[in-house]
Design a protein around this ligand. Structure first.
Ligand code: DGL
Length: 265
């Protein structure tokens, strides 16, 4: 039986999951957090589901060894590829995955046209098709895969002309098609909100699921009587690429440069 003071493991293919980590820390400030950025294997969005499942198994085993009481897949692409597999491997471990916010978007749209920005892997998955069948039968959903975007976000330069240009190319067709609601279906994309604010009219809603993931983690920990009483210990980071790169990016995408170690491959 895990202890309440045990940490929560959070993972992503890279720095995108930091957008979710921030929501978790906001809602659950007493929780000690571990973060694995699989930057040596980013982007997941262009890899096969089998490859991603292997990476996720490896990272889940690591969190288990670290004594994590729960795991969060802070990655839409990893969730569609691996959450079912991980749940079968760890049936009693609280495990939170995430999916593009199709349900709230379908409820919110007034034009009846919703745009989804996500990775190729997420948009091609059977789980995403099932999500559309379940919640979006009454609205038109236009999907936009965004190859290249994650790699540019991983550089930590969120104001580069190349990034602005690429994002505009992905967003403009959705706006031209009448979307009044845009779903950010990849955890890297919330970092583009400042750029998007200059591209998208004010009456277009831009939504992501970071806060919903934090609420789900809260529910699962509460149901297992595992909510920490605090105080939280410092967040620890691991990366499967060069730790110095993550150390350089953390002050931009996270509030401070915490402890960063090499992820054992
Ligand atoms: N951040 C990830 C997601 O939410 C995946 C990005 C990638 O590695 O392609 O989908």
């Amino acid at each position: 039986m895990a202890e309440r003071s045990a940490p929560v493991g959070v993972m992503d293919s890279g720095v995108g999951g930091l957008s979710v980590l921030a929501e978790i820390q906001r809602l659950l400030p007493n929780e000690t957090l571990l973060y694995v950025a699989d930057c040596g294997h980013v982007p997941y969005g262009e890899k096969s589901p089998g490859y991603i499942r292997e990476r996720c198994r490896h990272i889940a085993a690591f969190f288990h060894e670290q004594g994590a009481k729960a795991m969060v897949l802070a990655c839409n692409t990893a969730t569609v590829a691996a959450v079912t597999d991980l749940r079968a491997l760890y049936p009693v471990w609280p495990l939170v995955g995430m999916e593009p916010a199709v349900k709230p978007a379908a409820a919110a749209t007034r034009s009846g046209v919703v745009g989804v920005l996500a990775t190729t892997g997420t948009l091609q998955s059977a789980k995403f098709a099932a999500l559309l069948d379940r919640f979006a039968s009454d609205v038109q959903v236009i999907t936009q895969p965004c190859p290249g975007l994650v790699e540019l976000i991983e550089t930590g330069d969120l104001a580069s002309p190349a990034l602005r240009q690429m994002l505009l190319g992905y967003v403009q067709p959705l706006l031209a098609a009448g979307c009044d609601t845009l779903i950010l279906g990849c955890t890297h994309y919330p970092f583009l909100r400042p750029l998007l604010a200059g591209m998208v009219p004010a009456d277009v809603a831009v939504i992501d699921t970071g806060a919903a993931v934090a609420r789900q983690l809260h529910r699962l920990l509460g149901a297992s009587d595992l909510l920490a009483e605090g105080p939280a210990r410092d967040t620890r980071f691991w990366t499967s690429a060069d730790p110095q790169s993550l150390r350089n990016i953390l002050p931009v995408l996270w509030h401070k440069a915490d402890d960063v170690q090499s992820f054992p491959l």
